[in-house]
Ligand binder design. Structure first.
Ligand SMILES: [Zn+2]
Length: 259
């Protein structure tokens, strides 16, 4: 079993292109409001000039509605597609392993697999929807903090523009992590269910050296045999976990063929 790099990249691209569009749109509108509407604290202005806070508040409300809707609309098809792609990759790799050993494997969908599939889709839908929600919470805080500090229009617009660059990087990195981690989790869950349906009961833990900070317990687990319906008691809190289940875990396993 291995994690399909092409599927991780596909998922990352789907998320990153919408995130870029969202950030460009929101940055463009907010920076324009700041440039066009002087702050009360700008001493070069007359006292009765309109304060931009009201405009900003309205703009953020409209923008967040637009973009949260957009992510809600893409969440289900994207989550279904990545789950299906992952399921196909899992099946291909099990079939080719079986073929190498000249074995035939029952590839029917079981109830347990259908349940896993539904759970994976639901988790991904909620993670995709959380991307704009988290982004707008951060953007709102960032814009109001900058405006509260005051200063001249030009300086403030430049500062806010730069801050949008930082928000974009943070959102992008979070989306990249979600895509990588979810493809791993889905691969681990679906492989596990598929292998158990095929009569495979045990696996051998294979530690992946790919991560930046490997968990010592996972390094130690390398080569140990475990029950596929249980895992090993090496989770961050001592609980039983399967390879690829914990955040950032890139470990895999080799199925022990009972035949
Ligand atoms: Zn691991």
């Amino acid at each position: 079993m291995n994690y399909n790099a092409g599927n991780i990249i596909w998922y990352q691209r789907e998320l990153l292109s919408v995130i870029r569009e969202m950030n460009d749109d929101v940055r463009g509108e907010i920076v324009k409001i700041i440039r066009d509407n002087p702050l009360a604290s700008d001493s070069s202005l007359m006292a009765n000039d309109a304060n931009p806070i009201g405009f900003i508040r309205k703009a953020i409300a409209a923008l967040s509605k637009r973009w949260i809707d957009r992510f809600i609309n893409m969440a289900m098809p994207t989550a279904e597609t990545i789950t299906n792609k992952t399921g196909e990759a899992v099946d291909r790799s099990l079939l080719s392993a079986a073929r190498k050993d000249s074995m035939t494997i029952n590839m029917q969908w079981t109830e347990a697999m259908l349940e896993k599939r539904e759970a994976i889709i639901a988790e991904n839908v909620s993670l995709i929807r959380s991307i704009p929600e988290k982004y707008f919470t951060d953007v709102e805080g960032m814009v109001y903090r900058a405006v509260a500090k005051g200063g001249d229009r030009k300086g403030l617009a430049d500062e806010i523009e730069a801050n949008f660059g930082k928000r974009h990087s943070i959102t992008r990195r979070r989306a990249e992590f979600i895509a990588r981690d979810q493809v791993r989790k889905a691969t681990s869950d679906l492989s596990n269910a598929r292998q158990q349906a095929a009569g495979i009961k045990r696996g051998i833990w294979l530690h992946s050296g790919g991560g930046n900070e490997p968990r010592p317990k996972h390094v130690h687990a390398n080569g140990q045999e475990f029950d596929l319906d249980k895992g090993l008691p090496i989770g961050d809190k001592g609980q039983y976990v399967l390879p690829g289940e914990e955040p950032g875990c890139g470990c895999t396993w080799k199925p022990v063929l009972p035949f």
